[in-house]
Structures are given as C-alpha cells and as structure tokens.
Design a protein around this ligand. Structure first.
Ligand SMILES: NC(=O)c1ccc[n+]([C@@H]2O[C@H](COP(=O)([O-])OP(=O)(O)OC[C@H]3O[C@@H](n4cnc5c(N)ncnc54)[C@H](OP(=O)(O)O)[C@@H]3O)[C@@H](O)[C@H]2O)c1
Length: 285
C-alpha cells in the first residue's frame, strides 16, 4: 500500500519513517497542482496529512498569523482531500482533540460526534477542517492530543513540560506516538472514514507525568504547579489552552487498541531517559 505523507514536521517525519511503503512529500499542500502531481508521482494509495501550522514557539503564533493558519489548516486540508478523491487515494488527516475545551457533556469524555467548542484560532482552524472532511467517504480524521514520545523533541509533551518553570496541573487525554503510528496504519489499511479519537485509554495529570520524570529521568527537576486560569492571567499564554478528556468509541468499535496510558507512559519515559543519556554522549553535546 504505497503511502505519501505530507508535512515534514514532528509527526509527518515519524509516519514517513515507520509506516510501510511510505515516503515524505515536502510540497506546499495549498498548491493544488503540486499536490496532485506528488500524489500521482508516488502512485499513492494512501495519503497522510500531517502538514499544518502549529505555531512557533507555540500555538499562540496562530492567533497573530491567522491567514497562514487557515490557509494550511483548512484550505490545504481541503486541497489534499480533493486531490485524493481525483486520484482514488484514501486520506488520513491528523486532527486535534484541542477542538474540545473543558468537561465533556456526558461522562467518559468527549466522543467523536460531540459538537466541539473551540476557542483559540488554531483550534477553530482544526475544527473547520474536521467539519468539512469528516463526512467524506474517502477521509479518516484522526484526532490526537498532546503527543508523548520516547525521543527528546520540542513538540513532545515530556520535553515541553520538563522545560516549563510553571506548569498547569490539569487532567488530559494524551497520545503516545508509538501507538498512534499503529492506529494510523490500521485505519489506512481498512480505508476507514469519519472521525476517530486516537488517545491512550485513561487520563494523565501533568503533575503525574512530571513525578515520573523526576523518578526516571531527572530527580533534580523542579517547577511551580499553577491553576488552569492562571496561564492567561499571568501572561504565560495569549489564548486559553484546551484541556479535555476524549473517549474513543469508534476506535474501540474497530477493535483497535492503544495501551493504557500508565503502561505506555512508563515504557516511553524509560526510553526517553535513554535517549537523553545517548544525546549527552554525542560529540559536541
Ligand atoms: N504536536 C501536537 O501537540 C499536536 C496535537 C494535536 C494535533 N496535532 C496535529 O498534527 C499535525 C502534525 O503536527 P506536528 O506536531 O507534526 O507539527 P509540526 O512539527 O509543526 O509539523 C507540521 C509541519 O507542517 C508543515 N506545514 C505547514 N503548512 C504547510 C503547508 N501549507 N504545506 C506543507 N507543509 C506545511 C510545517 O512547516 P512550517 O513549520 O514551515 O510551517 C511543519 O513542518 C498538525 O496538523 C497538528 O495540528 C499536533
């Protein structure tokens, strides 16, 4: 199953490396002709959209760069969907659980078909794409939350939280990237369509992740835990961040399992410590 991955970022590079018969395209997904040519050239049966504006140094960038944000996150996603339809390819679009803010309307977490309540411009752009792509028969929208990975990376939740002097102590769903790769491969192989929540069963408080970090990686790590409302009030963020718990009944319905979050995090954290040690021994470190 030849697979073409768009988006040469944290997740796109990982998908291109680990999905079977996958290659990475660096073309601009808003460039209709270039996208069509890339899909034709790769004879892609499956296309993964991991391209999008996520903001540097963080998602607040999207608040002040709304044009580039909607062009990549909405228009680019639609261009890919149209090109896939024309080429007979299946599209797996990486969405975000950050379209949900706060407690879910029913117990157990936000479900795939719950209407979302996005606040930040980034979240709005992600939800706008979801609304248009989710009903298409050749598209799966895979919503993820706060990727957690064994490799040190600025977009890895472990690296992010360990680097903050102040950390909001909230409960969230998270996505362990190792498990996500398997889910994306399975959804692509089944040509699944509609929305899927790809988060590990269970929830994680930031304080618990950092407690494990101190235990496994760095006993000297210190930070201040703050309340959710303090992030914007203290000027640490421009827009409120999404905190939410997702339920994944559609993934469960396909029998696609991700490891319970505690099990997966313990595994990932010990490999994260090993990655840090390996980096410390690299020449020039
Ligand atoms: N990491 C997270 O916390 C998270 C959580 C939930 C969902 N997601 C979603 O997962 C997807 C991948 O995120 P990521 O973590 O891998 O972010 P990332 O590291 O920022 O990767 C996104 C990549 O897409 C590229 N891109 C932006 N606009 C493009 C365009 N028009 N054409 C081609 N490439 C373009 C970016 O390049 P430039 O940097 O040059 O713009 C970047 O290389 C995104 O859709 C994101 O919304 C991420």
């Amino acid at each position: 199953m030849s697979t073409l991955v768009f988006g040469a970022g944290f997740l796109g590079r990982r998908f291109a490396r680990e999905l079977p018969l996958a290659t990475l395209s660096t073309v601009d997904i808003t460039d209709r002709d270039a996208v069509a040519a890339a899909i034709r050239g790769a004879r892609a049966e499956v296309v993964i959209n991991a391209a999008g504006k996520t903001g540097r140094p963080n998602v607040d960038w999207c608040e002040t760069h709304r044009g580039p944000t909607w062009r990549s996150n909405v228009l680019g996603a639609l261009e890919l969907a149209e090109a896939c339809e024309a080429a007979g390819a299946h599209l797996v679009h990486v969405g975000s659980g950050c379209v949900f803010y706060g407690p879910s309307p029913s117990p157990g977490g936000w479900r795939e078909d719950d209407p979302a309540n996005p606040i930040s411009y980034y979240s709005r752009s992600k939800y706008a794409a979801d609304l248009l792509l989710a009903p298409l028969p050749h598209v799966a929208v895979v919503r993820i939350r706060m990727p957690v990975d064994a490799a040190v990376h600025p977009r890895n939740l472990i690296t992010k939280l360990a680097g903050y002097a102040q950390v909001v102590d909230v409960e969230n769903s998270v996505t362990v990237v190792d498990d996500l790769v398997g889910v994306v491969a399975a959804l692509a192989a089944r040509r699944a369509s509609g929305v899927f929540h790809a988060t590990n069963p269970g929830t994680l408080r930031h304080r618990d992740l950092l407690a494990l970090y101190r235990q496994v990686v760095d006993p000297s790590h210190r930070c201040e835990l703050i309340g959710e409302g303090e992030l914007v009030a203290r000027g640490l963020a421009a827009a409120p961040r999404s905190n939410c718990v997702l339920a994944s009944p559609r993934l469960d319905g396909l029998g696609l399992a991700m490891r319970p979050v505690g099990v997966a995090l313990a595994d990932v954290m010990s490999r994260y410590a090993a990655d840090l040690r390996a980096r410390a021994h690299q020449p020039g470190a």
